[in-house]
Design a protein around this ligand. Structure first.
Ligand code: BTN
Length: 234
């Protein structure tokens, strides 16, 4: 059975709209999409530039098992990548741990997970048809400039939301192994990659049992949970 959804012309942030809808009793898997956002939010208090033509989606999850909560950001990114791979097979999509979507050189989208009263809101922004302009932290890309055609945000939103609901089901029935395998084949930071965060550097070992990023810092193993990690500049 397909989940209920709402398509808005404009809102501040779809995550806020989803929180309101969840408080009114929206079921697991319900999703909300806007054509425009006037107050899009990114991770770590950043602004999400929300150019018209791009995808702004929030999915309401009522997790049956909170043990899987830490995997949800990666699941959001994987769900969006799968939806775009269907649209543009052969394009090299990468997941930049913990929840960004990149082509090899630039950011295509991101995931912002927020909790409210036992519900997880998975907010996903994808630069489908417009490359955001302005002062950006990372180089940005749009799907359209990679494929040479425009992409329908409603179609990709529906697929992403469906993938997310399926992914939650799979986490529950099989654990994180399937998601981990998908991540490993799409990771921007593969095993052995030199990375940096804050004022530290390390070498990627892989994911831990909660989806954390394990790294070597010298001969010591560390686990990163939500840090802003980048490829190490040489
Ligand atoms: C990031 O990369 O920092 C995460 C960006 C998340 C943006 C999406 S757009 C839909 C949803 N509504 C928001 O205000 N933010 C998320």
């Amino acid at each position: 059975m397909s989940a209920p959804f709402r398509l808005l012309e404009e809102c501040g942030s779809t995550n806020d709209e989803a929180k309101r809808w969840a408080a009114e009793g929206a079921p697991h898997g319900a999703w909300i999409q806007a054509k425009r956002q006037t107050g899009g939010r990114g991770r770590l208090g950043r602004t999400w530039i929300s150019a018209e033509g791009n995808l702004f989606l929030s999915v309401i999850l009522r997790l049956p098992d909170f043990a899987h909560l830490t995997w949800v950001p990666l699941l959001g990114a994987a769900s969006a990548v799968k939806a775009m791979e269907f649209e543009a097979p052969g394009l090299d999509f990468r997941i930049k741990w913990p929840n960004d979507i990149w082509t090899l050189q630039a950011k295509l989208g991101g995931v912002l997970c927020e909790g409210a009263n036992g519900v997880v809101i998975v907010g996903i922004g994808l630069n489908l048809n417009q490359r955001p302009e302005g002062e950006l932290l990372y180089p940005a890309a749009s799907l359209a400039e990679q494929t040479g055609r425009t992409h329908n945000p409603e179609v990709i939103a529906a697929r992403t939301a469906w993938n997310l609901a399926q992914g939650v089901h799979q986490l529950r029935s099989q654990g994180p192994a399937v998601l981990e395998t998908f991540y490993n084949t799409h990771a921007l930071f593969g095993v052995g990659t030199q990375v940096e965060w804050a004022d530290q550097t390390g070498e990627v070992i892989g994911l831990g049992s909660s989806g954390e990023l394990r790294v070597w810092v010298g001969s010591e193993e560390r686990s990163l949970f939500a840090e802003d990690v980048s490829l190490r500049r040489v």
